[in-house]
Design a protein around this ligand. Structure first.
Ligand code: GLN
Ligand code: ZN
Length: 755
């Protein structure tokens, strides 16, 4: 009998109850008992939902107050001293302090593999000790068992946990901590066994990465030690193929292995070959990271193959935790029936998993036959729908020529023409695009959406915001202005809403970090731009000033990375379709007299594949997509791009290949050190390294920014240096924004005077 299980379930709740409760607790509107009660009711509801959908073995330990990696740090007692003065008790407030930095610096946050979920980076010191310090997992196991559920606790594996962490203070190899960490794992497993747990799921997703030899060896050492624990272990891998780690993963002394066949279907044959048949094989055949209905027939093939060898030791699951998919499609009341028929959220994915398990067992069962027929017809309508396949878009892509990716003149020549026509001073000052998104902007947008404000009223309100932004920038003496992006709710959604081929959900929330959720748009079909998207606003803004006004767009890679992509078309094709739409917008802006166009690629780095060997291919198409949108302009039109992070070492070549004229990056917190890489590469373009951190309300003074500029000028030829903040200012207030920009302009002036 194939067993249906899940690796984890969304914890946020149908109406984002967890978010509301967390925020209420932080603001003192809800007490701890209230928060804990809410957590209990969410967990109970989620177990029941999965059970009702046919999941036989339910995850526990996937619920977290803020983040599962943070919860794990508490569990094993990796709590930096600053959060626990005098070795006091570990409480819920310790957890929130680590997450949010109340009173002290929070843990760092970073992306969970290649998802848009963020985890809190464990911090280890050289003298790190581990100790079981948090009871939540055991309490939840007891809770689930009391409710009568058969559960499988989910535990982050010791190697992945150490890999995800960071050494603080004196440099040391965090692998050295393994020996100290393992006894705590032994203790945890012992406690779980004592609670009557039969199976535990140990997540080791780093097995899909390129691992140093020392880490591979450490796996063997670690799991041999954990072997003694008196319960069965399912080693879970996801987000890619095991590849060179296959032999290692297959032969560790554990009782089962989960693999991701959605991201890496090709690994099945190798796994069938190498995994000892007395182990459990769990196949992740339903995509846990996207919103599309599973093609049941296709998913059944690997299951049938595996069933021959593994028989009752075959398990069926989503590819990864369902944390990364929205909760329940049934809530969506605004989607048409056809589109809804193509989708599946977490609840529906559980049903798919259960159905597949049943189909392996009894292919002829009536409910299996019905489900397969439905699945087949959903796939079929999708394959044929004109809503998805647009011959004009495909023909245009087919017809592209090399010249479409290539600006006609080299940077070294065209930059002179740009300088001549823009007439900017040395060290030109600018901002990244957005100005404060104040309450009145949000109110106007809401009123417009609800129909309480008509289009003319809305336009007038936004134009007033643009006038304000332009007036401030002129008064402060900035050189290249922006319109401020008041009309944009979000840098992706704003464009997605205006493109054909996108769809939107009402409740498709996915946790991003803590109480923050995002609701990515869905790329449903071929992308087309029916009409200009930004030209009216930018033209209006340019009409208010004699200074150059930047046209502001979101790039194709970022549009793709922050949406739910299609599964029936390679990512690269989707990026190129987006690029064509943006290209048309760039062209229209140029025709409207806009001399500078900025195409933001905030998520360029995020698309990097986890494996080194796959990076070249990604960078190749990502660069091509950017060039496709930007290369159609005249020599004197200046193309800017912006990326908001500061690790560039492995990306400089690709970024140079974008062939943008000006690049702005986040740099203030890294003290301009990142410019070394640009210098070493002899990066040809102009650069604006951010000289103040927009994530904080602090207003840096002129001297601080001037010092950063002097450092930058040592690495970047002065004639190629721009002056700007790290990123957009939409989360800031006006007062601090004006003060900081005034100091920034003063710093640029001081630099000019000193040269
Ligand atoms: N132009 C955008 C803004 O200023 C860029 C945001 C981003 O890079 N994340 O808000
Ligand atoms: Zn940014």
């Amino acid at each position: 009998m194939a067993l249906a299980h899940t690796l984890g379930f969304p914890r946020i709740g149908r109406n984002r109850e967890l978010k509301q409760a967390l925020e209420a607790y932080w603001q003192g509107r809800l007490d701890e008992a209230g928060l804990r009660a809410l957590g209990r009711s969410l967990r109970a509801a989620h177990w029941q939902t999965q059970r009702d959908a046919g999941i036989e073995l339910l995850p526990v330990g996937d619920f977290a107050w803020y983040d599962q990696v943070l919860a794990h740090s508490l569990l094993v007692g990796a709590i930096p001293r600053r959060f626990r003065p005098a070795d006091g008790p570990v409480t819920l407030d310790t957890l929130f302090a680590m997450a949010r930095g109340t009173g002290t610096r929070a843990l760092e946050m970073t992306k969970w593999f290649d998802t848009n979920y963020h985890y809190l980076v464990p911090e280890f010191s050289a003298d790190q000790q581990f100790r079981l310090s948090w009871e939540q997992l055991f309490e939840e196991v007891a809770e689930a068992r009391q409710l009568g559920y058969r559960v499988k606790p989910v535990l982050l594996g010791p190697l992945t946990y150490l890999w995800l962490g960071k050494a603080r203070g004196d440099a040391f190899d965090r692998l050295e901590l393994l020996e100290r960490l393992l006894p705590v794992y032994g203790e945890i497993l012992g406690r779980l066994a004592a609670l009557g747990v039969e199976w535990v799921q140990i997540d080791e997703p780093i097995l899909v990465l390129d691992l140093p030899q020392a880490w591979k060896s450490a796996f063997e050492q670690a799991y041999h030690l954990l072997q003694q624990a008196p319960l069965k272990k399912l080693l879970a891998t996801y987000f890619g193929a095991l590849d060179d780690n296959l032999g290692l993963a297959a032969n560790l002394p554990v009782d089962g292995l989960h693999i991701d066949l959605v991201r890496a279907p090709q690994q099945l044959a190798g796994v069938l070959d190498r995994l000892p048949p007395y182990k459990v094989l769990s196949l992740g055949v339903v995509n846990g990271r996207n919103v599309w209905r599973c093609d049941l027939e296709q998913a059944l093939q690997p299951l049938r193959m595996a069933a021959e060898r593994f028989a009752e030791r075959l398990w069926v699951a989503p590819s990864c935790s369902l944390l990364h998919s929205p909760l329940d499609l049934a809530q969506e009341d605004g989607l048409d029936a056809e589109l809804k028929g193509w989708l599946a959220f977490a609840v529906q994915k559980c049903r798919e998993v259960a159905l597949l398990a049943r189909a392996v067992e009894e292919p002829g069962a009536p409910e299996v036959r019905v489900a397969l027929a439905e699945s087949r017809s959903a796939q079929e309508t999708r394959r044929q729908s004109p809503r998805i396949h647009k011959p004009a878009v495909q023909a245009r892509l087919q017809g592209l020529a090399a010249s479409d990716w290539q600006r006609p003149t080299a940077f070294s020549e065209r930059i002179g023409q740009q300088h001549a026509q823009l007439e900017l001073p040395a060290f030109p000052t600018t901002t990244i695009g957005s100005f404060p998104q104040t309450a009145d902007i949000r109110q106007a947008r809401q009123a417009f959406r609800r129909g309480e404000l008509d289009e003319a009223g809305y336009r007038a309100a936004m134009q007033a915001q643009i006038r304000r932004a332009v007036e401030v920038q002129e008064r402060l003496g900035l050189d290249v202005l922006v319109h401020g992006e008041a009309e944009r709710n979000d840098m992706v959604e704003y464009f997605a809403e205006q493109l054909d081929g996108y769809a939107f959900t009402r409740f498709g929330w996915v946790q991003s970090y803590g109480s923050r959720c995002v609701k990515p748009a869905l790329i449903v079909g071929d992308i087309q731009r029916p009409r200009p998207m930004t030209v009216e606003w930018i033209r209006y803004a340019q009409g208010l000033t004699g200074k150059p006004m930047k046209g502001m767009l979101t790039g194709p890679v970022t549009m793709l990375m922050w949406s739910f992509p299609r599964e029936d078309l390679p990512r690269e094709q989707q990026a190129l379709q987006l690029a064509l739409a943006i290209r048309d917008e760039v062209q229209d802006l140029e025709a409207a007299g806009i001399r500078i166009v900025q195409i933001d690629e905030a998520a360029f780095r995020e698309g990097l594949p986890l494996r080194q060997a796959e990076r070249g291919h990604y960078l190749d198409w990502a660069v091509r997509a950017f060039r496709l949108c930007s290369a159609g302009v005249r020599d004197e039109t200046q193309i800017h791009t912006h990326m908001c992070y500061s690790e560039f070492n492995d990306l400089i070549e690709a970024i140079a290949a974008l062939d943008a004229d000006v690049l702005s990056i986040e740099a203030s917190r890294s003290q301009m050190e990142l410019l070394e890489a640009f210098e070493a590469f002899a990066y040809p373009g102009e650069i604006g390294p951010g000289i103040y951190d927009i994530h904080s309300p602090r207003v840096p003074d002129r001297e601080e920014m001037l010092a950063l500029l002097h450092q930058a000028a040592e690495r970047i030829p002065p004639e190629r240096l721009w002056v700007n903040p790290d990123c957009g200012l939409k989360t800031r207030g006006w007062a601090e924004t004006e003060a900081a920009l005034a100091n920034m302009v003063a710093a640029a002036q001081a630099l000019r005077a000193s040269r």
